[in-house]
Design a protein around this ligand. Sequence first.
Ligand SMILES: Nc1ncnc2c1ncn2[C@@H]1O[C@H](COP(=O)(O)OP(=O)(O)OP(=O)(O)O)[C@@H](O)[C@H]1O
Length: 304
Amino acid sequence: MITIESLTKSYGGFRAVDEVTFTARPGRVTGFLGPNGAGKSTTMRIVVGLTPATSGSATLLGREYADLPNPGREVGVLLDASAQHAGRTGREVLNIAARTMGLPKSRVGEMLERVSLTEEEAARRVGNYSLGMRQRLGIAAALLGDPEVLILDEPANGLDPAGIRWMRDLLRGFADGGGTVLLSSHLLHEIEVIADDIVVIGNGRIVAQGTKEELLAAGGTLVRAADQSALVAALQAAGLKARPGASGVVLAEAGLATVGAAAFAAGIPLTELRAADSAGLEEMFLALTAESQRDHLSAEGAAA
Ligand SMILES: Nc1ncnc2c1ncn2[C@@H]1O[C@H](COP(=O)(O)OP(=O)(O)OP(=O)(O)O)[C@@H](O)[C@H]1O
């Protein structure tokens, strides 16, 4: 369990993390989602005691990271896969970590196998690893102490599609075994396929949080008719929030049945009617974090 309460981090007058409150629960994968510079890494660094908070608190299993007696046995952390000593081999990195945590050497072999790094790869210097191999080694190091909690910053970076699938299954298995997983990403799709709960951050502030199902349902309905503006007008006249999106689609903030009935009552034949699902979630993500998006995409463009 990770509990974050009113966490704030200021750099001079700039608030990188602003009153962030959320909980990552056991048995669930919590996705921490936000655009570049939103404050994800800063939050995670505070949780694992690498950056002091300006105010607020972050606890793991009821205690601050610094107060955990043998942190590696309780919390597995992967913040920066490139932070490993480039001159050591993968096996050496894990051997040293195992010794620090008081674990038998046999655990290293088990973890290498678990992350699919071969004997030959484990004997190579980390400086010569590909990014994906570094991520695998970082995950092996995080899992080494058989922790209850995993904290991973952008763990899918550099993994190929098979690697992403592998990581998803690994994290699912970890959570199904009662573990708590907090992972960050700036990619909505990655979080959508992996997470049970989603926390969205923009400009240092939490802008949405809930289960994936709740957030997907909040995405509304995608509806289409030959005459887009007539459809928007009819839905609005029926008291629904509706706005035009790209390529003739209309996004309505209501359920399928309500939207369908409103169009029917107005005599407008529909060519498409479906839950917005991930398109809605993406739209919501871009809208909620719009202030912190550097590319200022229009919400309409995102719905296409
Ligand atoms: N030591 C520091 N001094 C000043 N500003 C900082 C410092 N560390 C982070 N920041 C700022 O805090 C903000 C949040 O950064 P953070 O790395 O937490 O974002 P992020 O959500 O992890 O982004 P990304 O997806 O790009 O990794 C950024 O604007 C960053 O420049």
